[in-house]
Unconditional design. Structure first.
Length: 290
């Protein structure tokens, strides 16, 4: 069977079709504008593909509770035109196929645990660090939703003693996104991350915040692996710095086999930036099983 995949991002919508083994057969990218301009070409793409189901991993916040009348809606986003938008209902009415639906970062997580180096693990956290910061959680083999869905990027962090930056997030200031997302780096230092690649002090400070967040995650969720993705993580020097910070801030409190080898416990995404689309393929498969 052929499955449809829609990775719905705030900047672009990636549409693809693929097979159950995760092979991507065709894909295209559509800029994310207002729904009236964005959705019609997406529908046209999938209508001609004879898909068995569609998996959608979307920017949010989202309503993921199937018992809620708002299920399938993008809820309180500030993105113009998308607040309270019924994404699932619109696509279902147009395509008349089963639809799987989750957050964009849960889609990436699902791709990694289905097709990537973390295949078979049941307790994994995926964090994407880019223009924003989001986190997906799998616990006991199931994607965690709870009241809404995890918002790991907005956990509050303790500022570094030497960091006078007060944070970019308009809601929380010194949350992970406010202190460590790409725009915060540029705001703090006056240059983009790419321009700052050779400045070790930039990435030591970044590692401090990411490492602190990871320690919080380890102590609350006890995952068996943590995967880091997103544009900021293209700074390859960051990984060892982050692992060093995790060890330093954990301060020997926990001793497990995973934490003894942080190089295989805190890892980068393994699917060449296709993990989101591949996760959508898996969401589509799961939708046919419900």
């Amino acid at each position: 069977m052929i499955y449809g995949a829609l990775e719905a991002g705030g900047t672009k919508m990636v549409c693809a079709i693929g097979t159950e083994d995760g092979e991507i057969l065709e894909q295209c990218s559509i800029p994310t504008r207002i729904p009236e301009e964005t959705i019609p070409p997406i529908i046209d793409f999938f209508k001609s593909k004879d898909i068995a189901a569609l998996g959608i991993a979307s920017f949010g916040p989202l309503c993921l509770d199937k018992n809620d009348p708002q299920y399938g809606h993008i809820t309180t986003t500030p993105k113009p035109g998308w607040k309270d938008y019924d994404l699932v209902g619109t696509m279902k009415n147009a395509l008349n196929v089963p639809i799987g639906f989750d957050t964009d970062v849960n889609g990436s997580l699902l791709g990694e645990v289905t097709y990537g180096d973390s295949k078979g693990l049941s307790d994994v956290v995926y964090i994407t660090i880019g223009t924003g910061i989001g986190g997906g959680v799998m616990s006991n083999g199931k994607l965690l939703h709870g009241m809404l869905h995890p918002e790991l990027g907005h956990m509050l962090l303790r500022p570094h003693p030497d960091d006078k930056y007060t944070g970019r997030c308009p809601f929380h200031h010194n949350c992970m996104e406010g202190m460590a997302a790409g725009p915060a780096i540029e705001d703090r230092w006056g240059q983009s991350g790419k321009e700052l690649a050779g400045r070790e002090e930039v990435w030591r400070l970044e590692a401090y915040y990411i490492g602190q967040a990871i320690v919080n995650i380890i102590l609350t969720l006890s995952p068996k692996r943590i995967i880091l993705g997103g544009g900021v993580m293209h700074q390859l020097q960051l990984m060892d710095m982050i692992r060093d910070e995790v060890a330093k801030q954990m301060n020997g409190y926990l001793e497990t086999s995973e934490l003894k080898d942080l190089s295989s416990y805190i890892v980068t995404a393994s699917l060449n930036d296709d993990q989101g689309i591949m996760g959508c393929i898996r969401l589509a498969q799961l939708a046919t099983e419900q």
